[in-house]
Design a protein around this ligand. Structure first.
Ligand code: GLA
Length: 725
């Protein structure tokens, strides 16, 4: 709901449990008055009438420091507010000071459809506030999209050059909001290859906490998500504010606590080395940020993000569609396969009950190792005699769908593509390019490069019956430079690169609407809401170890739905950690997402094959719960000795619990796991334990935890008595 009151020049925006109050002050500044609990809209008078003009012009004139107390919605530069600006505009004469003033606003139905960049697909109601810069010809449009049934507030900004002379945008953040100081803690997620998204909570402290990526992708290192927590905020109680970006390139998110009691949250495209030329009459659109307020802890925040991403970001066709149960040959064969091996895997996969076979890296060009072939998107007939048609035939015979791996953004120096177009690889003349996994990155800022790759991949998809694509990206960007851009626009490179990626993803997903795309970047190196707009699922990590994966998926679930995570059972000893974990545990953890198998199933024992078969059949039964249900995290593997998560259907009739003992304890205390999310009034039955109890008992007393060995797991199917899940 959006309400504007002319008497007070105030805006009241509200969602399910929050409201967001702003007003235009006496000197035309757009101030935030409140972001948090949903207070009655009439209480705007409390902020204005009772407290008075928080920072009047007179006060600022009298007291210079008052500038830094203003709760601004768009931070300027060089006019007395020394917090981080959200927009920096450099004019021809080098002047960069800016101060933004309200001009007008409109309220529209729906959400803005941003061109060339992922965005929420439906809305809601949008408030557009137009500001002008008193120091330049820039105008800014701040977009706020709200939904009555969601606690996500969508924000972004459009910067318009209303003058004749071009200017350079040195910073164009998507949002800025100032909150009163509340001694917040801050949650961020850090990581690396094979240990993505590790949550870390620290005190916010004073100064700036800046999370950013500079590698050309949302990255392994720091995730484009942060959360401010009040000191007593826990999993299921307390107040927290989250923000994540619908963006996959270099980002920055900052939380700045200044000496006058404001906490400025802001973020968008990373402004380091960023510079975007905006000609007179043109504009620049920043990516969207998804802000979320929760007064029921981190759990509720995660559930809000999960609902929002699947309902409003993912492709509607796939958002709630059962995830393909995949067998993938990567860890089974690596580059070493031929028709026989592949067909044997397909036959076995069909016997287990999988529905899709994905042929991973190595099927194209001269690709027998990672030292050659990327960019040559035609089948390697030496390896696969009879080409992809033969593999497709095997799939068809076994009743499986056929999926294929691509790494569209890359080129091997040893490839026909590179020999024909060495200039298409990102490089700077005179500087030897750094190779990553022996490969170079294609210059996706150039339309002809994107067009070529589009045609090459389209040809393969069109001439074979492919229903699944795994889109990988196995190195980050160096020598950020494009000979196709003038010197003054090299600062546009990184953003233009990701726009090129989006352009290809948009064209492929619209031309092949029935193909299910899975994202990947050496595992979860580009796992973000931007990618989820095109790819309903992303390979969460190259680490499929039954213990590490539980932690990675726990972290990822903080701001994404389970269905966004691609989760496979792989071999033991695990290829990344060497650890042994039971097959049942690997299956249980892999059931908390889009499930599959990534091991040589043809060499499994009969007993193991039967176990996989049972896992697949059981997974199909909970698939709908995983796709649509609510996640409750019960025991944190980072701080507890066991992992436990639970999914509850929206109607509270069915639930599914997965737990894993991390380290076995001799003679353990009797421990209970208290279930969350059930209806206290309903009567439930836990199938595996043959136990019946009320939701109230299961919530407040809990269920005794089984006594398990290292990495052993348990699964409980729970249903309301007299209901069949
Ligand atoms: C990356 C992916 C793997 C696999 C290999 C193939 O590492 O994350 O799943 O596809 O590339 O080279």
């Amino acid at each position: 709901m959006i309400i504007y009151r002319e008497e007070t020049k105030s805006f009241y925006l509200s969602g399910k449990h929050y409201c967001y109050l702003m007003r235009v002050d006496g000197s035309g500044r757009l101030q935030n008055l409140h972001y948090g609990a949903k207070i009655p809209s009439d209480d705007i008078a409390y902020f204005i009438g009772q407290i008075g003009d928080p920072v009047s012009r007179e006060l600022v004139d009298l007291n210079f420091y008052a500038n830094e107390r203003i709760f601004s919605e768009c931070g300027g530069y060089g006019r007395g507010d020394y917090r981080s600006p959200s927009v920096v505009i450099e004019r021809k004469d080098g002047g960069i000071m800016s101060e933004f003033r309200y001009v007008r606003h409109t309220i529209e139905d729906g959400a803005p459809a941003l061109e060339g960049i992922p965005h929420v697909r439906c809305g809601g109601q949008t408030l557009i506030i137009y500001l002008c810069d008193v120091c330049s010809d820039a105008e800014i449009e701040l977009n706020y999209t709200v939904y009555d049934d969601s606690d996500i507030l969508v924000r972004n900004a459009k910067i318009v050059n209303a003058g004749k002379q071009s200017f350079c945008l040195r910073k164009a953040f998507s949002f800025c909001v100032d909150l009163p100081d509340n001694n917040y803690k801050i949650l961020r997620m850090h990581g690396a290859w094979t240990r993505e998204r590790t949550p870390e909570i620290t005190d916010l402290g004073h100064g700036i906490v800046r999370l950013q990526s500079t590698c050309g992708a949302s990255s392994f290192g720091i995730h484009p998500f942060l959360c401010l927590l009040e000191q007593d905020c826990r999993e299921e109680k307390g107040v927290c504010y989250g923000v994540q970006l619908v963006y996959s390139g270099n980002f920055a998110l900052t939380a700045e606590r200044n000496s006058f009691g404001t906490v400025r949250l802001s973020g968008g495209i990373n402004d380091e080395q960023f510079c975007w030329k905006v000609k007179g009459g043109e504009n620049f659109t920043s990516p969207q940020a998804l802000l979320c307020y929760s007064e029921r802890g981190l759990g509720e925040l995660s559930r809000e993000y999960a609902d929002f991403i699947r309902e409003k970001i993912m492709l509607p066709k796939f958002a709630f569609a059962p995830r393909p149960i995949v067998t993938n040959n990567w860890e089974a064969t690596y580059f070493n396969f031929n028709n026989e091996k592949v067909c044997a895997l397909i036959d076995e996969a069909a016997k287990l009950g999988a529905d899709t076979f994905v042929l991973d890296d190595g099927w194209f060009g001269k690709r027998d190792s990672d030292s050659s072939g990327l960019g040559d998107w035609f089948v390697n007939e030496k390896k696969l005699v009879g080409g992809l048609t033969k593999v497709a035939e095997c799939c068809k015979r076994s009743g499986l769908k056929f999926g294929l791996w691509f790494e569209p953004e890359m080129v091997s120096p040893d490839s026909d593509l590179y020999r024909a177009h060495p200039d298409w690889a990102i490089h700077k003349d005179g500087i030897k390019p750094i190779r990553g996994r022996r490969q170079l990155v294609l210059d996706f800022t150039r339309q002809e490069v994107v067009d070529y790759i589009f045609r090459a991949i389209s040809d393969i998809l069109r001439s074979n019956d492919i229903s699944y694509v795994k889109w990988d990206m196995n190195r980050f960007i160096t020598e950020c430079y494009s000979a196709s851009l003038p010197a003054t626009q090299q600062g546009e490179f990184m953003h233009r690169y990701i726009l090129g990626v989006y352009n290809l993803a948009e064209r492929l997903t619209s031309d092949f609407p029935n193909v299910f795309f899975e994202g990947c970047a050496s595992g979860g190196g580009r796992f973000d809401a931007g990618m989820l707009y095109y790819f309903p699922q992303i390979w969460t990590s190259d680490d499929t170890d039954g213990y590490e994966r539980a932690k990675i998926q726990w972290g990822t679930s903080l701001c994404y739905p389970l269905s966004a995570m691609s989760c496979h059972v792989s071999a033991c000893p695990n290829h990344q950690t060497g650890r042994m974990t039971p097959l049942s545990t690997r299956g249980a953890i892999a059931s908390l997402g889009g499930s599959g198998y990534e091991l040589d199933i043809s060499v499994l024992s009969e007993e193991e094959k039967n176990a996989c078969k049972e896992q697949i059949a059981a997974y199909r039964k909970i698939s709908d719960l995983m796709l649509r249900g609510d996640l409750y995290r019960l025991s944190n593997p980072f701080s507890e000795n066991y992992f436990c998560e639970m999914i509850v259907s929206k109607d509270k009739r069915c639930a599914y619990v997965v737990g894993e003992q991390l380290r076995a304890i001799p003679l353990p205390n009797t421990r209970f796991v208290k279930l969350v999310g059930l209806d206290e009034e309903k009567l439930y039955r836990i199938e595996e334990l043959n136990l019946t109890a009320s939701g109230k008992t299961l919530t407040f007393v809990g269920v005794p935890l089984p006594n398990l060995q290292d990495y052993e797991s348990f699964i409980w199917h729970i249903e309301e008595v007299k209901h069949d899940c």
